[in-house]
Ligand binder design. Structure first.
Ligand code: NAD
Length: 501
């Protein structure tokens, strides 16, 4: 193991790369395809977070003094810098998280798209004005930054998810603290090298590595005004409640269980492509991964042979290998948890169509591999159909009708995304209208909205009212201030403010 391979990562605080001085311990960051230790990440302590909050608060006046257009120009520059590093970013994503290099490149493209959307801040942050709300009296609402904003993010999109927040937050004039996932902290080290090169006022962006201590500190800290969270449903609930109790603005995006409904008239070849990409892309570790197929009527017999064939054709391996279609899951602990879920699904009556439990046998023994797995004819109320597995495991349930399928989807406590595969506009109209999920794909397997639209999960998949990115980001990262005004020397005369004359 080389010296650089075991480097202990720094935090980035007040415009400087800074060691975590209050860390309780450091964890290995590993490549899940090989088990190789890539670096060590400190679990920072409260004093490390305090330093970041102090820097972020001190930076607020200087950053707010930069014009809106000046802030947007910094985002344009950031965009160019990230484009210049996109291959480094993609390789970091694959190396620390496991997804295939093509998938990582797509993630980095979406990360950059977030910056592009935030470049529109001089337009999207505009307020509104109404002249003559009474005679010669005007009312206007302006938007101002919220203050110090923090984001706590998951392992599955090391590049993109932090950028659901960072560019919009700073574009609106806030300062920002990021706590990356301790499982995948390396990608954001590269992003912060580029942020550092922008020459922002020190403290505008800060990076604090760590785990639960840093999260608890963020939730309670009186110096933090707004918190964004993305991760599993139980932690989302905890974050939402605790941050709200401390009086903060909060949005908490949680786990998911996404259904893909296949109607009898679906175009099978493209439907299979969509399902396979959704269920097994990123080894099923996307919050928009479809993990339950609901076949309606004869769709089952039309779909199953082609789905089996396409799944068996997938090759499992190191995501850096161009021939790989499914990389490892994030860790050996995740692999073991997913394998137990497959055992349980079979014990609960699922019929094995494709079994990925031994996929790692012929691969690197240090790797965290689970192959694509399909269980057919699973009871709709089985735990594997209701709970999030977060791995390459697809269950198939049968429905008699579209009504039946909609009822199954709506029974889930989650409501992130769902897809319908059909050529029937009438079926789509009903599905879109009645289904209780916030992001809908029509003949699209992963209906993750582009940066210019909100990431609009429902039910246990989202706690809060303002979603990530799109127009919601500007709502979340600004406070409205409404001014009512008149001037006596204008020579225009005045009515009463309350009684129109
Ligand atoms: P996770 O909940 O384990 O961790 C998320 C973050 O919370 C990490 O930064 C982690 O350090 C911190 N954390 C973990 N446990 C904590 C605790 N007990 N107290 C305080 N902080 C804690 O999630 P993960 O495994 O990193 O990510 C996968 C999950 O994220 C899946 O459930 C997936 O569906 C979800 N996810 C949701 C979305 C969405 O948009 N809804 C997007 C991506 C991922």
């Amino acid at each position: 193991m080389s010296a650089t391979a075991t480097r202990l990562l720094d935090n980035y605080v007040g415009g400087q790369w800074t060691p975590a001085t209050a860390a309780s311990e450091a964890l290995d960051v590993t490549n899940p395809a090989t088990g190789e230790v890539l670096a060590r990440v400190p679990l920072s302590g409260r004093a490390d977070l305090d330093a970041a909050v102090t820097a972020a608060r001190e930076a607020l006046p200087a950053w707010r003094a930069v014009s809106t257009i000046g802030r947007a120009r910094k985002l344009f520059e950031l965009r160019e810098r990230l484009v210049g590093r996109r291959e480094d970013l993609a390789r970091a994503v694959t190396t620390e998280m496991g997804k295939t290099i093509d998938d990582a490149r797509a993630e980095v493209a979406r990360m950059i798209e977030m910056v592009e959307a935030a470049c529109a801040i001089p337009t999207t942050m505009q307020g509104r004005i109404l002249e003559d709300v009474s005679r010669n009296i005007d009312a206007e609402t302006i938007r101002q930054p919220v203050g110090v904003c923090a984001a706590i993010v998951p392992f599955n999109f090391p590049a993109m998810v932090p950028f659901w927040f960072l560019p919009f937050a700073i574009g609106c004039g806030n300062t920002f603290i990021l706590k990356p996932s301790e499982q995948v902290p390396l990608t954001q080290q590269i992003a912060f090298e580029e942020l550092d090169a922008l020459g922002l006022p020190p403290g505008v962006v800060n990076l604090v590595n760590g785990g639960r201590d840093v999260v608890d500190g963020i939730l309670d800290h009186p110096g933090i005004d707004a918190v964004s969270f993305v991760g599993s449903a139980p932690v989302a609930k905890l974050v939402y409640e605790r941050a709200a109790k401390a009086g903060k603005r909060v949005q908490a995006l949680g786990g998911a269980k996404n259904h893909m409904v296949v109607m009898p008239d679906a175009v099978i070849e493209q439907t299979v492509n969509g399902i396979v990409g959704s269920a097994f892309g990123a080894a099923g570790q996307r919050c928009m991964a479809g993990s339950v197929v609901v076949t309606v009527g004869e769709a089952h017999e039309r779909l199953l042979p082609a789905l089996r064939e396409a799944t068996e054709a997938l090759s499992v391996g190191d995501g850096l290998d161009a021939a790989t279609s499914v990389g490892p899951v994030v860790s050996c602990a995740a692999r073991d948890r997913i394998t137990e879920w497959i055992d349980r699904g079979i014990a609960d009556g699922g019929t094995v169509v494709v079994d990925g439990r031994d996929a790692g046998a012929a691969l690197n023994p240090g790797g965290a591999f689970v192959g694509p797995t399909i269980l057919d004819d699973v009871a709709p109320d089985a735990a594997i159909v209701q709970e999030e597995v977060f791995g390459p495991v697809l269950t198939i349930v049968k429905a008699d009708s579209l009504d039946d399928a909609i009822a199954m989807v709506n029974r889930s406590r989650f409501g992130n995304g769902t897809s319908i595969f059909t050529e029937s506009g009438a079926a789509v109209r009903r599905y879109r209208h009645e289904v209780e999920a916030g992001m809908i794909g029509v003949n699209i397997g992963v209906a993750a909205p582009v940066a210019f639209f909100p990431f609009s999960g429902w039910k246990d998949s989202f706690l809060g009212d303002l979603h990530a990115h799109g127009p919601d980001a500007v709502e979340f990262y600004t406070r409205k201030k409404t001014v009512t005004s008149r001037y006596f020397s204008s020579g225009q005369g005045h009515g009463s403010y309350f009684v129109e004359s």
